[in-house]
Design a binder for this molecule. Structure first.
Ligand code: ZN
Length: 350
């Protein structure tokens, strides 16, 4: 299903929501990319020969990566980063998303590119703090996940984990993630990084089972102590693993449009979400890279209803479960829980 052809019902639009898997650097809308392109006087034609498109689209992972890295190259200063945080917050607020756990890749901002020097740890931290304060003004609470990009930062690098231990991290930092391209970059060698992160009070939320199979999810659980799994859709290949995930109540952060566009599945109708729900796995819906995938959380919920048969009662239950699986402050969780307690599904048989 094409995103633009799905209708978001008033019930979905009004539902108070939580998003646990959204990348800051993947959230840039065309308007934000345009603004930053202008701000820095950059020529977009090497990536888009006809100029910036009205809507991002791509053909396979290499084309996606090419555009994604163009976007990353626009984030040169703390002001750029704060702009992107606020733009994401405005979008989340318009969808009634109350809390988002936003993943950001410190490593890519610390590196210089070409003749440019990377951001300092304090500039990065101050930008995220400023953006998070502005998000609060829009009615959106944010927590941060900082991830290791497994295809860029090799296990012998300690840039990210040293930073997490440095004390120069943003307010609201809750977890360490493991992102990037999974094939050829196994989780196991990052076990020490995650042990060190847990030692400074951070949770473990690696991506696994997206482009790699069930063994990758098992490694994320056993080697990295994963408390939630980013994607995880391929866990179904191993029933024993599914039993472990159910038993340990590990939340799977499912991102249907991302899986469709990055060709993890052939058609949205083939998505594993209904089978994951039937297997008793904890699941919640997310956007992954809403800017590049031209989606948002409302659209993901609408697609799941239209193409995968998810009911309003199930959406409500998933939001409640996402609140519990989040690492938000108790007061934030309580406020969203109480809002959700007043929501009545219109498709309920009761
Ligand atoms: Zn992701």
């Amino acid at each position: 299903m094409n995103n633009s052809s799905v209708t978001v019902s008033p019930w979905i639009a009004a539902l108070p929501k939580v998003e646990l898997h959204v990348h800051l650097e993947g959230s840039m809308s065309v308007a934000t990319v345009e603004e930053l392109t202008r701000r820095h006087g950059i020529d977009p034609t090497p990536v888009w020969p006809d100029g910036l498109p009205e809507r991002f689209s791509f053909d396979g992972f290499p084309d996606f990566a090419n555009q994604f890295f163009y976007g990353l190259s626009l984030l040169r200063t703390g002001d750029d980063l704060a702009t992107v945080v606020e733009d994401l917050a405005v979008s989340l607020a318009s969808q009634n998303v109350r809390y988002a756990e936003v993943t950001t890749t410190a490593y890519t901002h610390f590196l210089g590119r070409g003749d440019r020097v990377g951001m300092s740890a304090t500039e990065y931290r101050d930008a995220l703090n400023a953006g998070r304060r502005r998000a609060r003004d829009h009615g959106v609470e944010m927590g941060w996940v900082i991830d290791i990009p497994r295809d860029l930062e090799m296990p012998d690098s300690t840039v990210t984990i040293d930073y997490l231990e440095s004390g120069l991290t943003p307010d609201g930092l809750v977890a360490l993630g493991l992102g990037g391209y999974e094939v050829g970059f196994p989780a196991g060698p990052y076990a020490d990084h995650f042990a060190r992160a847990r030692a400074v009070g951070l949770h473990s939320v690696p991506h696994a089972g997206e482009t790699e199979g069930a063994h990758s999810v098992r490694s994320a659980v056993e080697d990295l102590g994963a408390e939630r799994i980013g994607h995880g859709v391929r866990c179904l290949e191993d029933p024993e693993l599914v039993a472990t995930l159910v038993d340990q109540q590990i939340m799977m952060e499912v991102c249907p449009t991302s899986n469709d566009l990055l060709q993890v599945i052939e058609r949205i109708e083939d998505h594993a979400l209904p089978a994951m729900m039937a297997a008793g796995l904890r699941v919640c819906l997310n956007t992954d890279d809403p800017g590049w995938f031209a989606t948002n959380l409302n659209t993901e919920l609408a697609i799941s209803s239209a193409s995968l048969g998810v009911t309003e009662s199930q959406h409500l239950a998933m939001q409640l479960d996402a609140v519990e699986a989040s690492f938000a402050e108790p007061v934030v969780k309580a406020a969203i829980r109480s809002e959700l307690a007043d929501v009545r599904p219109t498709d309920s048989r009761n």
